[in-house]
Design a protein around this ligand. Structure first.
Ligand SMILES: [Mn+2]
Length: 424
């Protein structure tokens, strides 16, 4: 299904006067409303192709009705999101869950919906049907060179798909590691992984980036070969200038200071991109901003400060992607909420009075520094987001319109209630 322009205009018309009142009030209170709105219009967040169905856990999966049963339908779903919020203008594709039958047709379909291809993702964390060798004991780190070669070849194949679709980065997340002490020689595992990554790196087109994603634990519970940002940074540094660290918010040990990690990676020019989600305990993959929106704000504070210090373009110089799983919500509503939460945190970070904050820091005025941060965090910036959507032709209230138009019901009538999406 497609949402028509008139349906959006009708929805916006009903809400317009209330929106304008709120926007005017907020614009009177902050100095840079127009500038923030422009930045919000440019800021796009990629939707992962694996997150459009109702996800599951290792205990089970409860598929939802009207799930996309093909890559074409997933693109259509992301197109619906983008029509509603004009902030989800990119797809992050997973291979082999979402192999295009025709690169040309998929690229054209995405373009029709105004979508680009962000980082492509490889998968050597599970065995696929008809796969020759198993990844049970790792992929790029494996003791058997043939298994390593199979995993290298897969990554190079993923780059080829990405190239054909107009992507310019690959995210490599490895589940490699060990479950028990003594199982693995850490140094050899690191070196084998590095040698494998070097072969993949050599296959990167000149304008491409490689994102090395780390994760503290799971599925391996004693060691992960790319277990934290230090290890990822080590790989990225040894690989070369096209390799970067990717931060997935759920991939840290509890209470890790992610904003400090972000700040230092930016300082070193080695932050490549983000996988947004939220969590209370581990890699919970919950809706962005649903558990700890203050942490998300503090991360964006460092992102804005660090990117500005390096004259980086907020919207294009890092990869912004969601990596979440939806067990109890409609995936499309969940994704709309995640995109909104990311942009709220971004807008609040843009509100911070940098000069004042710097002055407070230089004077050891700790209370003042906190006041400045929290003044921004406690500002309701949602009218700025709504205005950015209005200006780009999207809906003032995307979830409200999603429900008013009975989008899910229509998808069920088109696809049936039993369609199951590939993915998490
Ligand atoms: Mn991730």
């Amino acid at each position: 299904m497609r949402i028509q322009k008139q349906e959006i205009e009708k929805h916006n018309g009903k809400l317009l006067s209330r929106h304008q009142r709120k926007l005017k009030q907020l614009s009177n209170e902050i100095p840079n409303a127009q500038k923030i709105i422009r930045k919000l219009i440019d800021f796009q967040i990629a939707i992962p192709s694996w997150a459009l169905g109702t996800g599951g856990t290792r205990f089970g999966r409860f598929s939802g009705p009207g799930e996309p049963g093909s890559l074409e339908q997933k693109i259509e779903d992301i197109g619906l999101l983008h029509t509603l919020n004009k902030s989800s203008g990119a797809v992050s594709l997973h291979i082999p869950w979402d192999i295009p039958t025709s690169n040309r047709k998929i690229k054209a379909l995405a373009a029709e919906h105004g979508l680009k291809f962000d980082a492509v993702n490889s998968n050597t964390f599970q065995d696929q049907p008809r796969q020759k060798l198993s990844y049970k004991f790792g992929s790029l780190q494996h003791v058997n060179a043939k298994v390593r070669q199979q995993a290298i070849d897969h990554n190079i194949e993923v780059i080829k798909y990405g190239k054909a679709l107009g992507s310019n980065s690959i995210t490599v997340w490895l589940s490699d590691g060990s479950c028990f002490p003594g199982q693995l020689n850490f140094r050899k595992a690191f070196q084998r992984t590095l040698e494998s990554l070097e072969e993949i790196y050599a296959a990167l087109p000149s304008n491409w980036k490689m994102f090395v994603e780390y994760k503290a634990f799971e599925p391996n519970f004693y060691s992960m070969t790319v277990g934290d940002w230090g290890q990822s940074y080590l790989f990225a540094s040894k690989l070369g200038p096209k390799a970067y660290t990717l931060v997935d918010l759920g991939h840290h040990l509890p209470n890790a200071n992610i904003e400090q990690i972000v700040s230092l990676l930016l300082m070193e020019g080695k932050l490549g991109g983000f996988h947004f989600n939220d969590s209370k305990y581990g890699d919970d993959d919950l809706t962005v901003g649903s558990i700890n929106p203050y942490q998300l704000f503090l991360i964006f504070n460092e992102l804005v400060e660090g990117m500005d210090a390096r004259n980086m373009n907020h919207s294009t110089d890092l990869g912004w992607m969601i990596d979440a799983s939806h067990n109890v919500k409609d995936p499309l509503e969940d994704l709309l909420q995640s995109v909104e939460a990311i942009k709220i945190a971004y807008a609040q970070a843009l509100l911070i009075d940098r000069r004042e904050l710097n002055r407070a820091q230089e004077n050891n005025d700790v209370a003042r520094a906190q006041e400045i941060l929290q003044q921004a965090y406690r500002t309701d910036v949602r009218p700025l987001l709504a205005e950015a959507r209005l200006k780009s032709g999207a809906a003032l209230q995307p979830i409200q319109l999603f429900r008013e138009l009975n989008v899910r019901k229509q998808l069920v009538s088109e696809r049936g209630s039993k369609a199951v999406a590939t993915g998490l």
